[in-house]
Design a protein around this ligand. Structure first.
Ligand SMILES: CC(C)(COP(=O)(O)OP(=O)(O)OC[C@H]1O[C@@H](n2cnc3c(N)ncnc32)[C@H](O)[C@@H]1OP(=O)(O)O)[C@@H](O)C(=O)NCCC(=O)NCCS
Length: 186
């Protein structure tokens, strides 16, 4: 496998129903619309999301090449059938470029169809098979049963449950950590 520094720049990942691609400023409006919904923000770190927030995020991630060590990236998830932005995936690579945290935010209009699973599976598969990542993990509040079910569907195993680990929206919250290793990925 070539070192990451010699890999061509990220273009896109194609799945049966989805394109995973870079965010562009044209995505700011749909991104801000679903990220501002109360049910989407409920267990996310933000409690306000507007067009300016979306534009700032998109401009910042476009300064970074995906999968660069010690960087975080946000991928657009587009539905092929309609070319709509339906969600986004967070992917934060550690300093050594071998481990990453993955996260997900999907529009409620497109939940419950396996689309988040399809997108996250494709990104993890790319990271393990083409980029040589060793371990990919995800963190959620255990009240977020949809997110935990997604982690399990992806073949992740729960490794930790930290009690009252985060001061979150005016109260202490637990978090649970799930992970999958390259050697266990099939
Ligand atoms: C976390 C989140 C991405 C999960 O979305 P989701 O729609 O439940 O996940 P998927 O797209 O993989 O869909 C899975 C569901 O669709 C069903 N489904 C239907 N068709 C399917 C298919 N072809 N393949 C797999 N699942 C399918 C599954 O049974 C599952 O439903 P269940 O959990 O009731 O059993 C979503 O809840 C979200 O974006 N929440 C708001 C943002 C957020 O809080 N992010 C996480 C922070 S930690």
């Amino acid at each position: 496998m070539a070192p990451k520094s010699l890999m061509p720049p990220f273009d896109q990942i194609q799945t049966p129903r989805l394109h995973l691609r870079r965010l562009t400023l044209a995505d700011a409006e749909p991104l801000a619309t679903y990220r501002a919904l109360p049910e989407v923000m409920r267990l996310q770190l933000w409690d306000h999301y507007d067009l300016e927030t979306a534009r700032t995020l998109i401009s910042a991630v476009n300064l970074v090449e995906p999968f660069t060590p010690a960087s975080a990236y946000q991928f657009a998830v587009e539905l092929c059938a309609t070319a709509q932005l339906i969600g986004d995936l967070y992917f934060k690579t550690d300093d050594a470029g071998t481990q990453a945290e993955i996260g997900w935010t999907f529009s409620p209009d497109f939940q419950g169809r396996g689309l988040a699973t399809e997108a996250a599976h494709a990104l993890i598969d790319h990271a393990f098979r083409n980029l040589g990542y060793h371990r990919i993990y995800a963190i959620t509040d255990p009240r977020h049963t949809q997110s935990m079910r997604l982690m399990i569907r992806l073949g992740m195993r729960q490794e930790a449950h930290f009690r009252q680990n985060l001061w979150f929206k005016s109260a202490w919250a637990d978090d649970v950590h799930f992970a999958v290793l390259a050697q266990d990925w099939s």
